[in-house]
Design a protein around this ligand. Structure first.
Ligand code: GAL
Length: 746
């Protein structure tokens, strides 16, 4: 059997590196993986703190179960440059921080104790992508994903590749290629049996094939009454593969789906039907914890993209991300554009070879995910390099003939070697002063950027970002402008059939190097802040969803007379998928306000722009007159579907403490959001007071337990430390009192 044991416990972590790795370091810190070598502060830190070597050690006890088996360790991810030693002898190395690697221990383990040492070098080694020049993100050192101990028979399954065909007919086909791991080069003479099941375990089809070399394929055809995988109903099936040859047996399983995905010159087609892509770029970073976040936190990010932001695609900028993230995208129906590590810079021939290897490692890890619709085989925003990118494209097509390739560029007229021209279009704001909203160029026509005479499959892979950094607690005028810039691009994308869709920069704010960001080592480019708390711009995305999914009504204001330039709250943007709104200001009511189709004709749900004219002659009063509260109401077909109330005089009333989950599995993280709310439930954007967190039970807090609200909100993650029981969290605000929440660890 394919025996994989999670190997995250009982590691000892050391600062630095000693050449004598045959002995255990005298002192060290007991740690559990995933592990971040250095927890940086929230901002204003020195990233050089993690750009050095660290060592992880672990004792591997000889186990009778190892006898006659192939033994190896699988590292899901370690940053950046790993060298692995067993009992002082180097057994392997891996020069990439984002892909998995396997270290074979067979024949090298002694009876009794064996000392495993893993040197992780967090330096920005110019031989390894993405390094060699500046990059706008951090690459936090550490063994930041899971490690597994694999115990298998001398011949076992190394990987399976599931490929579907005839997806859109009622006689679907699927084939499974089973590749063997046979390091001792033993003769193979056996059988591969495959069962296709639904996710309830009901058998749909089974078949088998002989295997006499290190690979064999089993195929199914004429499969009837199956469902397609799509963004609304992401139906998955399971392939369970069993191999046996003589005394060697192994079995593995993976999920897959039936779907077609094709970028054409006139847009993207999922299962033969046009689908406008609306997405955001995601880094895999978290405050304090860097990259070291496990399954639950990864899944939560996918949920936020799909269920809160209502996006249909995520780009894993700029590297392969956690397999837990990918698996969850499959489950919830979130499309993925995955790409190789890199940022603008191309290194020497050795560097390029590592990059080509990364194409292989990325595709071979992830080829069964139905959510992945495009491979990014170009270093993000790099210059043209004919031979290099001819090779990455060739290899991607050889490994996977079912998916198209893209390669994100920012230079116009660059050489088109991929199937899809994927372009970062930061045109908006380039030749305009801020605060000019209408009539701006939001996206260019594809031929202006491709320079090609033909219309080709084309997608915009970044916009906004550094062109308009916006903090949660920025002034309302800026927050409103931020919203309009996102809306303008979405409108342009929806209005151009030659653009498959657009992917904004970016999902959430992120820590970065001093060369970028706001001087505090944060790029405030997100629709969400670092804790994944939405800025108003987040609702530019969510309000495009169908109201049957969720009714969205978000007035883009904090409702104060003197916050904006000049004064007042008009013109007021209301982001909503209602078909009409009204607004009551004190006793004055403005009714029958319709979406702004004139300026945003292509959006599924244009914003409402409330102006003084909607209020008639009395208006909303002028500077110096009485200030009132308000209620914004949304209607669909004349019926009220949502309302948002503002008080004229917000008072700090409630400390809201909201954990994402109240039940937690072992070694999992849970996010807890904290917000200062006024008497009608609105966040108080300038309530930046101190929050103190106390904790008891089997969990620890990631980052400091003294926090300050920023823009009226903050958050923290708890990590369960093992063991069952109640985790009691007290969140103490100086003026808002104490709120206790309980989370059960199981
Ligand atoms: C792009 C780059 C992203 C990010 C973004 C900021 O040029 O691809 O990684 O730096 O700019 O807007």
């Amino acid at each position: 059997m394919h025996n994989l044991v999670k190997y995250n416990q009982a590691w000892v972590f050391h600062q630095g590196f000693s050449s004598d790795l045959a002995t255990r370091f005298a002192a060290g810190e007991d740690v559990t993986l995933p592990h971040n070598a250095v927890d940086l502060p929230y901002n204003y830190f020195d990233e050089a703190d993690y750009q050095k070597p660290f060592t992880y050690q672990k004792i591997i006890e000889w186990d009778a179960a190892f006898e006659g088996k192939e033994i190896s360790l699988i590292f899901d991810g370690a940053m950046a440059d790993s060298v692995v030693y067993l009992n002082g002898e180097q057994i392997g190395a891996h020069a990439d921080g984002y892909t998995a690697f396997e270290m074979r221990l067979t024949g090298k383990l002694n009876d009794g104790e064996n000392l495993l040492s893993v040197k992780i070098d967090g330096s920005e080694n110019p031989d390894i992508p993405p390094f060699g020049d500046r990059i706008d993100y951090l690459t936090y050192a550490g063994i930041y994903r899971d490690v597994w101990l694999k115990i298998v028979d001398p011949i076992s399954i190394s990987n399976i590749k599931i490929e579907t065909a005839n997806e859109l007919t009622d006689a679907k086909s699927v084939s499974v290629r089973c590749d063997l791991y046979n390091p001792q080069n033993l003769a193979v003479s056996g059988i591969v049996k495959v069962q296709m099941l639904d996710l309830d375990g009901i058998l749909i089809a089974e078949s088998e094939n002989e295997i006499a070399s290190n690979s064999a394929t089993v195929s199914f055809s004429g499969l009837k009454d199956l469902s397609l995988w799509d963004v609304k109903n992401p139906t998955l099936y399971k392939m369970a593969v069993e191999f046996s040859s003589g005394a060697c047996h192994d079995s593995v399983a993976d999920d897959f789906g039936f779907r077609t995905a094709e970028f054409k010159p006139d847009g993207f087609y999922l299962n033969g039907k046009p689908l406008k892509i609306i997405g955001l770029n995601r880094h895999q970073s978290f405050p304090y914890a860097g990259y070291a976040m496990g399954k639950a936190a990864q899944e939560k990010d996918a949920d936020i993209m799909k269920n809160m932001l209502k996006c249909n695609l995520v780009r894993t900028s700029h590297y392969p991300q956690s397999k837990y993230f990918m698996q969850h995208c499959d489950r919830i129906g979130l499309l993925v554009f995955e790409e190789i590590p890199g940022w603008q810079h191309i290194g020497d021939e050795g560097w390029k070879q590592t990059s080509v290897d990364n194409v292989k490692r990325m595709i071979e890890r992830d080829w069964n995910h139905p959510s992945i619709i495009l491979w990014g085989v170009r270093v993000n925003e790099s210059a043209d390099d004919h031979d290099f990118y001819t090779e990455t494209n060739r290899l991607a097509h050889e490994l996977d003939s079912t998916r198209q390739t893209g390669g994100v560029r920012c230079i116009d007229n660059s050489e088109f070697l991929e199937d899809v021209f994927t372009m970062n279009d930061f045109v908006q704001g380039q030749d305009e002063l801020p605060y000019v909203n209408h009539g701006r160029i939001a996206l260019r026509d594809q031929q202006q950027t491709t320079g090609l005479k033909d219309i080709v499959p084309y997608m915009v892979t970044e916009y906004n970002g550094h062109m308009f950094p916006t903090k949660m607690h920025d002034q309302e005028d800026r927050l409103a402008e931020h919203v309009l810039r996102h809306l303008s691009v979405l409108n342009a994308s929806y209005g151009d059939d030659n653009i498959a869709g657009c992917i904004g920069w970016c999902m959430f704010d992120y820590n970065t190097h001093a060369d970028f960001g706001s001087g505090d080592r944060i790029c405030y480019h997100g629709g969400l802040d670092m804790f994944r708390e939405p800025k108003f711009a987040a609702y530019a995305y969510s309000s495009q969803c169908d109201p049957s999914d969720e009714v969205i009504l978000k007035p883009v204001t904090i409702w104060a007379r003197g916050e904006r330039n000049i004064c007042g709250v008009l013109p007021l943007i209301v982001l909503s998928n209602a078909d009409e709104i009204s607004i009551r200001y004190g006793d004055t009511v403005a009714k029958n306000i319709k979406p702004d189709y004139a300026n945003y004709p292509h959006l599924p749900h244009p914003p409402f722009i409330v102006t003084l004219e909607h209020f008639g002659a009395e208006g909303m009063g002028e500077w110096g007159l009485k200030w009132e509260g308000a209620e914004v109401i949304g209607y669909i077909d004349g019926k009220q579907v949502a309302s948002h109330v503002f008080d004229r005089d917000p008072q700090p009333t409630t400390l809201q403490v909201e954990p994402d989950e109240t039940i937690l599995d072992d070694q999992q993280e849970v996010r807890v959001m904290v917000r200062a709310l006024d008497q009608v439930g609105n966040v108080m954007p300038f309530f930046n007071e101190r929050i103190h967190v106390e904790l008891s039970g089997p969990a620890s807090i990631i980052g400091p337990s003294e926090l300050s609200l920023r823009g009226g909100t903050t958050g923290f993650w708890l990590r369960s430390t093992g063991g069952k029981g109640s985790i009691s969290v007290s969140v103490i605000g100086e003026r808002l009192g104490t709120v206790d929440v309980e989370i059960q660890a199981q």
